[in-house]
Design a binder for this molecule. Structure first.
Ligand code: NAI
Ligand SMILES: C[C@H](CCCC(C)(C)O)[C@H]1CC[C@H]2[C@@H]3[C@H](O)CC4=CC(=O)CC[C@]4(C)[C@H]3CC[C@]12C
Length: 363
């Protein structure tokens, strides 16, 4: 196959930027890249001088005609656009519109304009943690788990993933079949991770300390953003040759990041930046956290007419942080030869350097 054009709705987000840079660095056949996003980043300008034609298109995935115009003529679409909101900033309707209707629009755009390959960024949240708080311990893509959601974000990701998988095999313009596949990252970390930045600033405000809220025994799956981006690029590359095997499949995104609690994992980066985690056990009893999370939810609802109150702690984030969810799989390696591009040491060093940069840029 010769030169290819690719489209990336969501290319200006945390993951999207890494996918864009990875495509430009590691996909020699790429001749054109269309980056489609609601908010275009200023960093895009520096990409426009290279050998690949980079087109930045400001647009909204909920507008079908805008998506179709952006996607037309591309060979493969990597759809990383989404509304990642577990804090109640956006309404459930908006989350559904962006994540579900937006994904339907991307699928229809591929079908109408003849784009044959679609890679969708799904999420571990499609599986769990579920509302019953069942642990998912070192699970893989075939591990049975009762996936029951109530929160708008996982509900929307599950619906969107289903749309993508069901679209596999649909005929696109020109008569060829659409080949789709969904990648499910666990909690992504790395350069540009907003929540890590928030924890860092919170720690600075608290005099260099963070207080343990979750038992160290609760393990949380994490994956480095560079490896998630690399998996997307590999899938986009391999989907054509391995359509029969990969079409309609889901893959967890994984690497060699250690299994740890959410807070202990964050300390891998925040400790070298001068923060410490106080307490070997949670400082507050769990029932009090549950109470405070419920209180936050109530306050959010009461204050909504006046202001947006969206703290980190709410019943949903507490449940996710407090439930073991880790993956152990080699499906991506078996199906398309994935190996993490960045070792744990490298991922850690890059993330620490980035947090240190956040510190100096905010001084
Ligand atoms: N951050 C994480 O830990 C994880 C994220 N994911 C998924 O990865 C994808 C990317 O997430 P992040 O990069 O973390 O989020 P992000 O918020 O940094 O990036 C999402 C991008 O989508 C764009 N976008 C949002 N609404 C849009 C609209 N209506 N039209 C066009 N563009 C729109 C945003 O402007 C942003 O650039 C999402 O689909 C998310 O569900 C999956 C697992 C974990
Ligand atoms: C914000 C949570 C940590 C604070 C907990 C507190 C208040 C007790 O200290 C985060 C813990 C787990 C995170 C989620 C997880 O990594 C899985 C995700 C996958 C996605 O697709 C989107 C993001 C997220 C839901 C992520 C969001 C923040 C946490 C809930």
């Amino acid at each position: 196959m010769g030169q290819v054009a690719a489209g990336n709705p969501g290319g200006c987000g945390f993951l999207g930027e890494h996918v864009v840079r990875m495509l430009l660095q590691r996909e020699p056949r790429l001749c054109e890249l269309r980056i489609f996003d609601l908010h275009l980043g200023p960093w895009l300008d520096e990409l426009k001088t290279g050998p690949v034609r980079v087109t930045a298109i400001q647009g909204d995935v909920t507008q079908a005609h805008e998506v179709a115009a952006a996607v037309a003529g591309t060979h493969v679409v990597i759809h990383t656009a989404g509304l990642v909101d577990v804090f109640g900033k956006a309404s459930p309707e908006t989350i559904h519109e962006v994540n579900v209707q937006g994904t339907q629009n991307v699928i229809e755009a591929c079908v109408q304009t003849g784009t044959q390959f679609l890679v969708y960024t799904s999420s571990m949240e499609v599986v769990g943690p579920n509302v019953k708080g069942h642990p998912f311990y070192r699970g893989n893509e075939d591990t049975p788990y009762e996936a029951v959601h109530r929160h708008p974000y996982p509900c929307s990701k599950a619906l969107a993933e289903r749309l993508v998988l069901e679209a596999n095999g649909r005929k696109v313009r020109g008569g060829l079949p659409l080949v789709t596949c969904a990648l499910r990252p666990t909690g992504i970390y790395g350069e540009g991770h907003q929540i890590m930045r928030d924890f860092y600033h919170q720690g600075l405000r608290l005099g260099g300390r963070l207080f343990r809220a979750i038992p160290a025994s609760v393990e949380h799956g994490r994956v480095y953003v560079g490896n998630v981006a690399w998996m997307h690029v590999l899938v986009a590359r391999e989907l054509e040759q391995r359509a029969a095997l990969m079409g309609g499949q889901v893959y967890f995104c994984y690497d060699k990041s250690p299994y740890k609690s959410y807070e202990d994992f964050n300390m891998e980066f925040l400790r070298p930046c001068g923060l410490r985690l106080v307490g070997t056990r949670p400082l507050l009893p769990y029932w009090l956290l549950v109470f405070l999370a419920a209180l936050n939810a109530l306050l959010q609802w009461l204050l909504r007419p006046l202001l947006l109150y969206a703290p980190l702690l709410n019943p949903y984030t507490l449940a996710v942080a407090n439930t073991t969810f880790t993956v152990s799989t080699n499906k991506a390696q078996r199906h398309f030869g994935y190996e993490p591009l960045f070792s744990w040491e490298d991922s850690r060093t890059r993330t620490i350097r980035w947090v240190q940069g956040v510190e100096s840029s905010s001084q």
